[in-house]
Design a protein around this ligand. Sequence first.
Ligand SMILES: CC(C)(COP(=O)(O)OP(=O)(O)OC[C@H]1O[C@@H](n2cnc3c(N)ncnc32)[C@H](O)[C@@H]1OP(=O)(O)O)[C@@H](O)C(=O)NCCC(=O)NCCS
Length: 184
Amino acid sequence: MPQRPVTELRTARLLLRPPEPRDLEPFALMCADPEVMEHIGLGRPLDRASAELGFATLLERWRRDGAGLFTVVRLEDDAYLGFAGTAPVPQHSVAGGETEVGWRLRRSAWGVGVATEAARAVLADVVDRRPDARVVALIRPANARSRRVAEKLGLVEETTGAGPRGETVVVYGGQAAACSIQSR
Ligand SMILES: CC(C)(COP(=O)(O)OP(=O)(O)OC[C@H]1O[C@@H](n2cnc3c(N)ncnc32)[C@H](O)[C@@H]1OP(=O)(O)O)[C@@H](O)C(=O)NCCC(=O)NCCS
């Protein structure tokens, strides 16, 4: 992706900003919640060491690419809600090499449209950087909430295959431009 200075994204209720070291604590808490992690990877919560590793990877991607998973905070009180953004799909996975748009929120933030609101801002930013970009979302078949988010964004179910850890995932895909102008 072409490089340009990292910006913050704002929506009606949210601020999306590149992650900072102070986000590690709430990130680790979120990833230690079995309900949050039920449909991610192999479905296990992350212990502290794995969360630290995951967070370091997230910081490193921003340093390397100038893009990645944004920290999502509530504008009203700066509360950490989770993350949303993009990541490259590993080559050995179904949809390998494509750009994945992803989202993960702490349990108390679910159910009020935060993921969709954040993902729309992410997609608009993707289009800003690369108007012809295609994005995918790899979602475990039983993750009905996440599948609904993908559908609301205008992504279309394309195929099913083995995800990065060999888990079965449904691939949703589409042009980011078509998704970011869609508002349902
Ligand atoms: C997936 C996740 C990000 C959704 O966040 P959210 O802010 O609650 O999502 P939204 O409110 O924007 O949209 C959720 C949609 O799913 C619907 N939904 C909720 N529970 C559902 C269920 N059990 N079955 C089907 N749809 C459901 C909601 O009604 C809403 O759709 P609507 O706007 O048409 O009513 C959140 O649940 C999460 O962080 N889960 C754990 C991490 C995760 O699985 N990440 C995705 C990995 S692919």
